[in-house]
Design a protein around this ligand. Structure first.
Ligand code: UT7
Length: 336
């Protein structure tokens, strides 16, 4: 049967490391608060004129190299991000220009923390139908330029880091469904009832006047706003639900999964999810300490880091789940 598989991955974070102590004088926060409440120790932030497409390019080049393919073999680009280079056109177009692969479709996915799983799912549909053979799926974010770095923004701004992760998804003819490497399934969800629980109100076109005004800037509406407690409550419910759904669809038990790659928003969320399923620590791997929450980039960064750390090995059955703004959530199960 024709299915898709993750052939190779790559990741990139900008060189500048920003520690919790670096943020303390800006935001009236402390290393102790951030570590205790989130598990984050540091994050990487870009310097100068570096955009989401630049980080995406670096990660993509590594993934292409690791896959041993030529960029001319890529049939489609899918780039998940919430921090676009410009309002339009989509950032996938800027990445396409930098990568030098004109003509193929370039699609932006705007599903925040679940963006990579949405992108993977879209790629899978195109591959299963035989439309495309090789798709570059990326999650990339430059959060640092859009955060309120004053005490007003401290509840959110300490949480996010910049980075990119990329995966080369290719068609594969599955002969042994229990042993071969392929994407078993993706399950996607959203509930727009909660769209304003984690969002950036402005600029936007849902206004009576101009999309961006001085008043919006003065009121700080151009920065992300979050009802952190409500997001937390939904995250610890929705991620396990998405995993249960995927297990059921594939007639698997939690013990069958060799490795888990969870979205990294808060170490406490991950621990609570792992505890619900009694997942032993050696079966998952956290990156939040080093990179904080890199939103759409988190899952591909997690896969790539776990591979390079020797934790995620070829042939393992992997479950991944994410939850974030929208609200959006979803899961994927694949044999690596
Ligand atoms: O990937 C997207 C999805 N995002 C998430 O999943 C995030 C989900 N939410 C969370 O992770 C947590 O709710 C936060 C980490 C955002 C906040 O943790 P919390 O334990 O819910 O803290 P809190 O909002 O209840 O705040 C506790 C206290 C407050 O002070 P008072 O009112 O108790 O005096 C806050 O003002 O901590 C204060 N506070 C801070 N203090 C120092 C909030 N942010 C900070 C900060 N530094 N950065």
């Amino acid at each position: 049967m024709l299915r898709s598989k993750i052939l190779a991955t790559g990741m990139y974070v900008p060189p500048k490391v920003v520690t919790n102590n670096d943020l303390a004088p800006m935001m009236d926060t402390s290393d102790e608060w951030i570590r205790q409440r989130t598990g984050i120790e540091q994050r990487h932030w870009v310097e100068g004129k570096v955009a989401t497409s630049d980080l995406a390019l670096e990660a993509s080049l590594i993934a292409i190299k690791n896959a041993g393919i030529d960029k001319s073999q890529i049939d489609m680009i899918i780039l998940a991000n919430l921090s676009p280079d410009h309002e339009f056109p989509g950032t996938a177009c800027f990445l396409q220009k930098k990568l030098g692969v004109p003509g193929i479709p370039a699609l932006d996915v705007r599903q925040q923390c679940t963006g990579f799983i949405y992108g993977l799912s879209i790629a899978d549909q195109y591959i299963r139908t035989g439309t495309y053979k090789t798709i570059l799926v990326i999650g990339a974010e430059v959060h640092s330029k859009g955060l309120d770095k004053t005490p007003n923004g401290r509840e959110i701004s300490v949480l996010f880091g910049d980075g990119a992760g990329a995966a080369i998804i290719t068609a594969t003819e599955v002969k042994d469904p229990k042993k071969d490497s392929y994407l078993y399934s993706t399950h996607l969800h959203a509930d727009g009832t909660f769209a304003e629980e984690l969002w950036v109100p402005s600029p936007g076109f849902d206004t009576t006047g101009d999309r961006l005004t001085q008043q919006m800037m003065d009121e700080g509406l151009i920065y992300p706003k979050m009802n952190g407690k409500n997001v937390f409550v939904h995250a610890v419910k929705r991620m396990p639900e998405a995993i249960e759904e995927a297990l059921k669809a594939n007639e698997l038990k939690i013990e069958d999964i060799d490795f888990f790659v969870f979205h990294q928003a808060n170490l406490r969320i991950i621990d609570m999810v792992a505890k619900q399923f009694s997942i032993p620590e050696h079966k998952y791997f956290n990156t939040i300490q080093k990179y904080a929450n890199t939103t759409a980039a988190t899952i591909p960064i997690g896969i790539d880091e776990a591979v390079r750390a020797g934790k995620l090995k070829k042939g393992m059955l992997v479950a991944s789940a994410a939850f974030g703004s929208g609200f959006t959530w979803g899961s994927a199960i694949f044999r690596f």
